[in-house]
Write a protein that binds this ligand. Structure first.
Ligand code: DGL
Length: 270
């Protein structure tokens, strides 16, 4: 048993790395559905089916807790999976909650009515499917009022990163930031609402300028996972070794992962 971490591809590795650093005694099984990435250009039903199938794979491997380290899957599939009902003892957590907690400076369990928060102008960068779902705005509205969210669908960025073409990824990020700033010239905060984007976080920061606070998920999710496992220690799993699995080409994915995390990572094909 271990904690499962799922993403459509390589982006969830940014969450995995932060979680491993924060929780060195926890074992993780990472599953990247690289054969079907990117998810962000698929429709909601397709994303739901693909996500569900990977989560079931991780459950079957003994992971009681699966982190959807993918905003697109969290936006399109999490609520539906929860409504379908989870098998006994199994849980799935998404990655929006820690982000919104940080942005609104409220704890998730805080069920008081939505109220004004420090930020009023927020730029959201995410995949086309996440932007279309409006899941971020919906979750935010439960907690905060008076926040203007301008969303930018960052077409092409995930594909470029999956291909390891960081020059193209950088150029696309700059053009998406320009497009956002034309719609909202002075955001106070920017949310990187895709787990691939921390791999180009410096580019977002330099394009947005020093006055914009950038919220990025890896550390927030790792901290939230540590808090969750502190309250539910039985979900941390046992001493099964950590593994990285992919539905894609294991050698190619291992090379990219090693390039991104700057340490040797060996994926196995499933
Ligand atoms: N890392 C995924 C996310 O957080 C990328 C989705 C995709 O494959 O387009 O949204």
């Amino acid at each position: 048993m271990a904690v499962g971490v799922f993403d459509s591809g390589l982006g969830g590795l940014t969450v995995l790395a932060a979680a491993q650093e924060r929780l060195p005694d926890v074992n993780f099984i990472y599953l990247g559905d690289n054969a079907h990435a990117p998810y962000g250009v698929r429709d909601a039903d397709d994303i739901y089916q693909l996500t569900r199938s990977s989560v079931v794979t991780l459950w079957d491997m003994g992971c009681d807790l699966v982190i959807l380290a993918c905003n697109t899957a969290s936006a399109a599939a999490l609520r539906r999976m929860q409504e379908d009902g989870m098998p006994k003892g199994k849980r799935v957590l998404g990655v929006f909650v820690p982000l919104i907690e940080a942005l609104t400076e409220r704890q998730w369990g805080d069920n008081s009515p939505p109220r004004e928060v420090a930020v009023t102008n927020v730029a959201l960068f995410a995949t086309p499917a996440t932007v279309a779902s409006r899941a971020f705005q919906r979750e935010l509205a439960f907690r905060a009022i008076g926040v203007d969210v301008e969303a930018q669908a960052c077409g092409g960025v995930v594909d470029a990163i999956e291909e390891g073409d960081m020059i193209l990824a950088e150029a696309l990020v700059r053009s998406h930031v320009d497009a956002l700033l034309r719609k909202m010239p002075h955001p106070q905060a920017a949310v990187l609402g895709c787990t691939h984007y921390p791999l180009v976080e410096d580019v977002f920061k330099s394009a947005l300028g020093p006055d914009v606070t950038v919220f990025s998920q890896p550390r927030l999710v790792a901290e939230s996972l540590a808090d969750y496992l502190g309250r539910h220690p039985q979900m941390a799993g046992g001493d099964a070794p950590s593994r990285c699995l992919t539905t894609g080409d294991a050698r190619r994915v291992s090379d990219r992962a090693t390039q991104f995390l700057r340490r040797k990572i060996a994926f196995e094909h499933i």
